[in-house]
Write a protein that binds this ligand. Sequence first.
Ligand code: NDP
Length: 469
Amino acid sequence: MTVDTQELLDRIQPAQGGREIFDPATGELVGRAPEATAEELEDAVARAKAAQPGWAARSDQDRSKALHAAADAIETNAEQLAHLLSREQGKPLNGPNARFEVGACVSWLRATAEFSLEPETLVDDDSGKAVLHWRPLGVVGAIGPWNWPMMISIWQIAPSLRQGNTVVIKPSGYTPLSVLALVDVLNSALPADVLIAVPGRGDLGEKLTKHSDIAKIMFTGSTATGKHIIKNAADTVKRMTMELGGNDAGIVLDDADPKALAEDLFWGAFINTGQTCAALKRLYVPESLYEEVCESLVEVAKNMPMGVGLEEQNVLGPLQNKSQWEIVDRLVKAAKDSGARVLIGGDPEEGATGYFYPTTLVADIDPENPLVVEEQFGPALPIVKYTDLEQAIEWSNTLNVGLGSSVWSSNPERAEEVASRLVAGSTWINKHGAIDPRVPFGGARESGFGVEFGTHGLKEVSQPHVISR
Ligand code: NDP
């Protein structure tokens, strides 16, 4: 059944004009996105600044209730939001995709509503007393990507609001409608001006990052843009959380059971059709298990339908945009040209509608190949053979990024020992990319800094204030 998203679109589209947004699977028009002017950005920041003291003055319990009410509003509109997300982003309704993403928005809001940062008594003795309080920062500027536009927006919005900040959010120009619709739904439950969306492209984002009334930037996107933002935010000494690109390694140990792990390995790599910051992007497999792992992955891959998001049977979709399609195509071609063995996929249909790239597994690939060392951000997994575990650990740690990583083994203690030697913000055992609202998530090296989620995440959107006597 196709759910009517027109009502949502009517509330967010401009009366006339706007930038046309097309479905990456079908090329059909999804809707028209408004574009905020520099004056509208100024107005948004001024309103968010004016609303912030009143929001911060509410009780902690009140703000917690508001987040639960916002989660209720998403639940009421869940199917419409999932359908709009599917059409604009391309991801299927089913599998770990659109409905899953909308559901995650609800869970993250509810979990964040239940966290709280209590004042910490640091000293209380004859010498005196020192208590650390967590104050709001002011107005948070949130800038997000196009791969998980709703969920990542919630990751930025929920902790910021929880701690008494207000938020001005700039969605990715590729997926503005999803975020505008989400913000519209959230605002049906939130007080005026605590959350304001300003749709526009990178130039508008840049203005936000330089604005003197923005206290903190929460950014998720590419490392290149992240570096640009860090420079731009220097003049106003903004706080920042930077969730940037990654190239996550997974190491299979020689005691693993390939058949038992195959499906989890597959989804670790192909969640959201590979367009996930912390997806498994290069897999290292010991020679003794190599063929068995390759065969098991092919078996899983063969049975995962890819297609138009609104067709219920599909669990893999198109790339969201042409540039991303071209990155994946270039990297797979580089692998093929080097003589690597394509196990499945690797041959996109010429002239097909939509930015579909077939599920691709590449074996017998050199560890230095561009498909291994560059972030593909799409449905193409290189599987590298190793003979010495030390070598696999070294390859895993050799790049300048370190968002996630994983170790796959039948022996959890041994896996943990290997995990402790990997440079990453998160290392999972026998799973990859399994995030949890209670568990901090962030990157090492050029994958960024700062963490999201849990009480650690709340601290990132708070000003520590110590009162001593
Ligand atoms: P970008 O980093 O270009 O975009 C992310 C966000 O930043 C968008 O909202 C973008 O706006 C905005 N932006 C762009 N330039 C500026 C600027 N100068 N100042 C402030 N904000 C700015 O990522 P892309 O969407 O182009 O994706 C490119 C690559 O990034 C991918 O191939 C992938 O490797 C990585 N990526 C990583 C993600 C992650 O979750 N870590 C998510 C998405 C992408 P707009 O797009 O409207 O111009």
